[in-house]
Design a protein. Structure first.
Length: 493
């Protein structure tokens, strides 16, 4: 059990806390929009620069090192956010005592990546890229202590700025090192390493200015306590990430690089969408932690509202993506990747269920039942792997897509069952019918104009999204109390 005072004073009123959630979510959305645009630009550039075979190799290496990424952090930041939220005056102590543990995990993870790469991939050219990618991946997790502090103090704008900066640095360094320097695949990963180092330095400078320079200190008792709570979360996070990466890894073993490229192009496009639920879940986490300490019933009510919001938000995105999948793939990747449209149509529904399960990691941590989250994700990973082995030989990359979709549905349903057993009782999908009807109507409108020019299609799509929310108001999807609360928050933000 982590060390913090048994009594906690709620420093801000519920309204102030809700305003902070709204402010931080808004900052996250702006960063996500800008960062996602830059990310899509980078992916499109890499896909065209490397070609289908080269882009398939790039995606495989990213999946390989990504499977190890969270080992170098092992859920420490998730537990730290909760602990610092409840004991803010000791923030410097928490940082100093967590840093040596983070460095130890990073070195161990790097050794594991190098050893695994050497055993599995003797090709010298591919091995060089794997080594560089491994270092870049471990560097990615090093600012996580500072990120946890900013989350605990609800200063999400710092994380939002860093998110955009990483994309800018990566894109610029790809051009300078890989393209102008003609370094091909190793150059791409050198660019990634450089971008991650610059962002680490940015976080460090801001953190020491706001909270002082942390003094690394080995506190065995706290490290053991922190690891005891963090490992189940970290293991769950690793398994959660591998669920989407294992498809690429298995495709790399039993299928062609072209199949990896087609699957990965759809997966990379959805990477931005998969971040949207975290934009709301991360600012909500400190607020939910406070609610759990003071009112378990309020925790369930707040979670129900967030679940309803995720359902309302994810539906039109899923329906619109299915309708426009061919146009989307052609715009970003060109005719060479036309087969990826089928993958996008399947994976978008997996993304919708990912929206619904986005709070599980935080909820089980708040409830101090991280082991349930671990069981849930390991079960899902096992199911996904088995389905991949069955479906990929039959359906190639489409089989991988179906495996991921089925897995996300199972993960959501089993997680919902665990939460009910833990006392968090909410409807399976709050107010499900009205958003579904509104989404179908909006989707039919979009389908009727899907062949117009891209500029006009973007305008119509934006207006159609607004029409969807107008339909929700006409269907009385939101209660009067919810509408009044939102108006009050917006006015005071």
């Amino acid at each position: 059990m982590s060390i913090y005072p048994s009594s906690f004073i709620l420093y801000s009123s519920p309204l102030n806390s809700e305003r902070k959630v709204l402010k931080n979510s808004f900052a996250g959305l702006i960063a996500l929009g800008a960062g996602s645009f830059l990310n899509l630009l980078t992916v499109s550039l890499l896909a065209r620069y490397l070609g289908t075979a080269g882009f398939g190799q790039y995606s495989y290496i990213m999946a390989f090192v990504g499977a190890f990424q969270l080992c170098s952090e092992m859920g420490l930041s998730t537990v730290l956010v909760r602990d610092i939220t409840l004991d803010k005056k000791n923030v410097n102590k928490y940082m100093g005592e967590a840093l040596p543990l983070l460095w130890t995990l990073a070195l161990g993870t790097l050794a594991l990546i190098f050893l695994s790469a050497r055993i599995l991939h003797p090709d010298p050219e591919l091995l060089t890229s794997l080594y560089i990618a491994g270092i870049a991946t471990v560097v990615t997790t090093q600012p996580n202590i500072y990120i946890a502090v900013f989350r605990a103090f609800e200063s999400m704008e710092i994380n939002a700025i860093a998110f955009i900066l990483q994309k800018v640095f990566f894109l610029a360094l790809i051009y300078l090192i890989a393209i102008r320097g003609q370094q091909q695949l190793p150059g791409v990963f050198l660019a990634l390493l450089g971008a991650n180092l610059l962002v680490w330095f940015f976080y460090y400078l801001i953190a020491i200015q706001k909270y002082g320079r942390p003094k690394p200190r080995i506190n065995v008792k706290y490290c053991v306590s922190l690891l005891k709570e963090a490992i189940p979360v970290g293991f769950g996070e690793i398994s959660r990430k591998i669920i989407w990466q294992v498809d690429i890894l298995i495709l790399g073993i039993i299928d062609l690089p072209v199949s990896i490229a087609l699957y990965s192009s759809a997966y990379k496009l959805l990477g931005a969408l998969n971040l949207i639920p975290q934009v709301f879940a991360i600012p909500l986490y400190p607020y939910l932690s406070q609610l759990a300490e003071n009112s378990p019933e309020a925790l369930a009510r707040a979670y129900e509202k967030s679940l309803k919001f995720m359902w309302i938000l994810s539906l039109p995105i899923a329906i619109g993506t299915v309708v426009l999948s061919d146009r989307i793939i052609f715009a970003f990747f060109g005719p060479e990747y036309s087969g990826a449209a089928a993958a996008l149509k399947i994976l978008i529904w997996a993304t919708m269920f990912l929206f619904l399960s986005s709070n599980y990691k935080y909820l089980f941590t708040i409830l101090r039942k991280q082991h349930l989250y671990t069981y849930l994700v390991v079960l899902s990973l096992t199911v996904n792997t088995l389905l991949d082995l069955i479906l990929i030989p039959l359906l190639s990359y489409k089989g991988a897509c179906f495996a991921t979709l089925i897995t996300e549905v199972i993960l959501y349903l089993v997680g919902y069952y665990f939460l009910r057993k833990s006392g968090v009782v909410v409807p399976l999908i709050p107010n499900a019918a009205k958003p579904l009807l509104g989404g179908v109507i909006a989707g039919m409108i979009l389908y009727s104009v899907r062949d117009v020019s891209y500029g006009l299609l973007g305008l119509i799509g934006f207006m159609d999204f607004g029409f969807y929310f107008l339909l929700l108001f006409l269907f009385r999807t939101f209660s009067q109390k919810e509408i009044e609360g939102l108006v009050r928050l917006v006015k005071k933000s």
